[in-house]
Design a protein around this ligand. Structure first.
Ligand code: G4P
Length: 531
């Protein structure tokens, strides 16, 4: 195991949350602890505000800025931490899902006032699909939020995970006094706008100690005693193995904007978060310790600036050592490629790197040869699997408005869908093209980019489909189904058959009428089939 030390040093994770729960604020505090930034406010430009929904150019501009902060690296307590950013805007949720395939664990931020929100649910679904270890931080304890026991209950039920509180709040809102660390039995007293990065922990191994009453007042001290007794009875000690298996999620309480509770969480994170993990391929499992390099592309970012038509492909290193200016096999294209200027990302700056190790993310200059999910290896024929595609929520037919530019339109829509901007379905045995997206915004982006970058004018005709399901099963039965349901059967870009259902009722009916056909709502079935 040549690169054992490098692997053991790395931790690659993402912070996920519903917009406004505090992801950006928390990211910034973590970077401050890691010394990657010196001033607060440095990460703010990364944020796509909710109100910007009607102004997609502004969103794209901000997305452009966010390339620099897409991957943030910092060192903390001897560990090299790769923090992968995920877009907050729901119309770009697919980007987030794909980024989650490139991390080994996540930190989930929950707003103590709003509790579990829509995006939280979907993101956790993706985490559960691959048993990603999760640490939860309940944020905004300086506001009058939900009662902590109710919140724990809500998170467990709604997100279908078992929680294990490692800290417990003392009151909340204006009365918020701090948290008691259940693990090392220390008290952290809250003060707004905590600037110090030092530990201010007060040892209280025995909660009956009258010092507690002096520090937080008798009423809150008694409440804490009662709460902790209850917690001890329910939870006991936390098993790291359960966390790493994605079975139990430790919970912390804090206030990111006040820099409170963040350090405790980070300290725990570096102790328990998993090292870079291996990944499955169509042939076998690849372990990080393997000597030969391999990695996969999980995100492609185009530059909207017409003066710089380059794209950056984000590659997660899975095994071995990636080296600059070295030939690697692009397994889908079956050709050798090399990169003379691979980037690594250091907070706001991109810098050219010579090598990278498992867990690292490398930015590769791309002239259009990459597609999401592409694999690079040191010669071996394999393809990483498990980059999910979900059913889109909106479907529109692509209408060519300028027959003279048909070729440009074809090329443009192929490249944009390779980037993962949207999904392209082509009528089975025909030429109708249907674009599937998560949000309206993506249609605007596509229309704009096709015109600007490819000179192709298009329009979109709304279609009333409800879901796209990949269909598999008995060959003969599938052929019959395709014949009967011609209007609703498409192929995706990889040639897989897809059934577009008009409504839930139609989908359920087809499921009942065709027991030999499986209807999959994510493309994960490809992975399952091959294993
Ligand atoms: P996001 O990336 O998850 O979308 O959330 P972000 O960090 O931008 O936080 C959303 C809002 O919540 C911000 O206020 C931020 O200051 C606030 N916030 C974050 N953590 C806490 C906390 O612990 N307590 C309280 N009370 N507020 C918190 P904003 O007004 O939308 O933005 P800004 O003007 O402060 O930048």
């Amino acid at each position: 195991m040549k690169y054992e030390k490098e692997i053991a040093r790395r931790r690659t994770f993402a912070i996920i949350s519903h917009p406004d729960a505090g992801k950006t604020t928390l990211t910034e505090k973590l970077l401050l602890f890691g010394g990657a930034i010196q001033v607060a406010g440095a990460v703010k430009s990364n944020k796509i505000k909710k109100h910007a929904t009607s102004d997609f150019m502004e969103i794209e501009r901000q997305r452009g800025i966010s390339v620099a902060t897409s991957v943030m690296c910092f060192e903390y307590q001897g560990k090299l931490i790769n923090l992968l950013d995920t877009p907050g805007h729901k119309d770009f949720a697919e980007d987030t899902y794909r980024t989650l395939t490139a991390v080994d664990s996540v930190i989930l931020v929950i707003d103590s006032v709003n509790g579990v929100e829509e995006q939280t649910r979907r993101l956790m679904e993706v985490c559960r699909m691959r048993d990603t270890p999760v640490i939860v931080i309940v944020n905004k304890m300086d506001r009058d939020g939900k009662y902590p026991f109710d919140l724990i209950d809500e998170i467990e039920k709604e997100l279908k995970i078992n929680l294990h509180p490692l800290s417990w709040p003392i009151n909340m809102g204006k009365e918020f006094k701090g948290v008691y660390n259940l693990y090392d039995k220390t008290l952290q007293l809250y003060s707004p706008n905590q600037r110090s990065l030092e530990d201010n922990n007060i040892d209280i191994p025995n909660l009956q100690d009258p010092t507690l009453d002096q520090l937080v007042g008798q009423r809150d001290a008694n409440q804490l005693r009662e709460d902790v007794e209850l917690l001890d009875g329910v939870y006991g000690a936390m098993d790291k193995a359960d966390y790493r298996a994605g079975l139990v999620a430790p919970v912390f309480f804090g206030s990111a904007v006040n820099n409170f509770g963040v350090k405790e969480m980070l300290d725990t994170f570096v102790q328990i978060a998993p090292e870079p993990l291996g990944r499955d391929t169509d042939k076998r499992h690849v372990a990080p310790e393997e000597e030969k390099f391999s990695g996969f592309v999980f995100k492609i970012h185009a530059n909207l600036d017409p003066r710089h038509r380059d794209r950056i492909a984000f590659l997660r290193v899975v095994s071995g050592r990636f080296q600059r200016s070295t030939y690697y096999k692009h397994t889908r294209l079956g050709k050798d490629v090399r990169f003379s200027n691979p980037y690594s990302f250091m907070a706001r700056e991109k810098e050219i790197i010579d090598d990278a190790y498992p867990g690292d993310v490398v930015g590769l200059f791309d002239t259009g040869q990459f597609k999401i999910g592409d694999t690079l290896t040191q010669g071996e024929e394999l393809q990483f699997t498990g980059i999910p595609t979900f059913s889109p929520e909106l479907f529109k037919e692509l209408v060519n408005k300028d027959p003279m530019k048909t070729k440009q339109l074809e090329k443009g829509i192929n490249q944009l869908t390779d980037e993962g901007v949207a999904q392209l379905f082509t009528q089975h045995g025909g030429n109708r093209k249907i674009i599937g997206c998560v949000g309206e915004l993506q249609f605007e982006v596509i229309q704009y980019r096709l015109l600007q970058e490819y000179g192709a004018a298009c329009a979109f005709m709304p279609l009333s489909f409800y879901k796209a399901c990949w269909i598999t099963g008995d060959k003969k039965k599938l052929e019959d189904f395709v014949r009967f349901k011609q209007q609703n059967v498409m192929t995706d870009k990889d040639g897989n058959l897809v059934y577009l259902a008009q409504s839930e009722w139609f989908l359920n009916t087809e499921r009942q009428n065709n027991p030999d056909i499986e209807f999959h709502t994510t493309s994960e079935f490809k992975t399952q089939n091959k294993q």
